[in-house]
Write a protein that binds this ligand. Structure first.
Ligand code: PHE
Ligand code: FE
Length: 289
């Protein structure tokens, strides 16, 4: 532990809380063009697929103005709407640093943008994933409260050694969550909205299971970091998601410590099934290896 309470020292040039200056003036025209290209692709794909709070957030922050957004500009509006702000970091930050930012309504976003040959996929979260993917939902007051609560919950889960369970909740909501609407399921997860192929796959492909969200069930379900998800969880509303997490997780963690993981493609008798997937995509990939 260092003096600020964080276990790992920040990289050279970063502050104790791992933030850096965005350095907006230093982005090159080619880097801005990557944003513009990705933005145009996703805006077209997400019409009728992303949920209204996401699309409203995109508009409110004017994220398509002229390339990579300047955090000073978007923070003025984001702060006014929900009290959140975006801070720049060099890349992934340690868990406790991440939770501390969220608990204080700051979203740490990668400062760099992917290369033109990485438009479809890159492993590390860049500014397009972090800002286009995550920040629009932070303009929604309910989701804004959920993310802050998650930061506090992360600090508690770490103390209990049950971060693996809580991380699944983040994965299946913040990153890969779907929202039920009168028009059908819509996307709110940042990992989906920032991927052209998964935006279609998550909603329309017959392969994955789509199940009604159940907090404890989600926390028992492993996830894949290397490919499209095999299961998506659908929340009835953002409010219901927030409310499910307001309870004290201590009794849940006690039960989870004794419970086994649920296989990633399983459908349980207790699941409320929205779509029973064929798993053809995942099986096809496995067979090809
Ligand atoms: N209620 C959770 C706890 O007691 C905290 C939490 C809130 C976790 C929101 C995730 C999301 O730990
Ligand atoms: Fe993310």
């Amino acid at each position: 532990m260092s003096a600020d309470g964080f276990s790992k020292a920040p990289p050279p040039g970063a502050r104790a809380d791992w933030t850096i200056d965005q350095g907006w003036e230093a982005y090159t025209p080619a880097e801005h063009q990557v944003w513009i290209t990705l933005y145009a692709r996703q805006a077209a794909t997400l019409e009728g697929r992303a949920c209204d709070p996401f699309l409203k957030g995109l508009e409110a922050l004017d994220l398509h103005r002229s390339g990579i957004p300047d955090f000073v500009r978007i923070n003025a509006e984001l702060n006014r709407l929900t009290g959140w702000s975006v801070v720049a970091v060099p890349g992934l930050v340690p868990d406790e640093v991440f939770f501390d930012h969220l608990a204080n309504r700051r979203f740490p976003a990668g400062q760099f943008i992917r290369k033109p040959e990485q438009l479809d996929y890159l492993q590390e979260p860049d500014i397009f994933h972090d800002v286009f993917g995550h920040v629009p939902m932070l303009t929604d007051p309910v989701f804004a409260d959920y993310m802050q609560a998650y930061g506090r919950g992360g600090q508690r889960a770490m103390q209990r050694g049950q971060l693996a369970n809580l991380a699944r909740l983040y994965w299946y909501t913040v990153e890969f969550g779907l929202l039920q609407t009168p028009q059908g399921a819509r996307i709110y997860g940042a990992g989906i909205v920032s991927s052209r192929a998964e935006s279609v796959f998550a909603l329309e492909d017959p392969s994955p299971n789509r199940l009604a969200f159940d907090l404890e069930r989600v926390m028992r379900t492993p996830y894949r970091i290397d490919d499209f998800q095999q299961v998506y969880f659908v929340v009835p509303s953002l409010k219901a998601l927030l409310e499910a997490t307001l309870q004290d997780f201590a009794p849940i963690y006690d039960r989870l410590a004794e419970a086994s993981d649920i296989p990633i493609d399983a459908i349980l008798p207790s699941d409320r099934v929205i779509t029973a997937g064929t798993q053809a995509y995942a099986h096809g990939k496995a067979a090809a290896q």
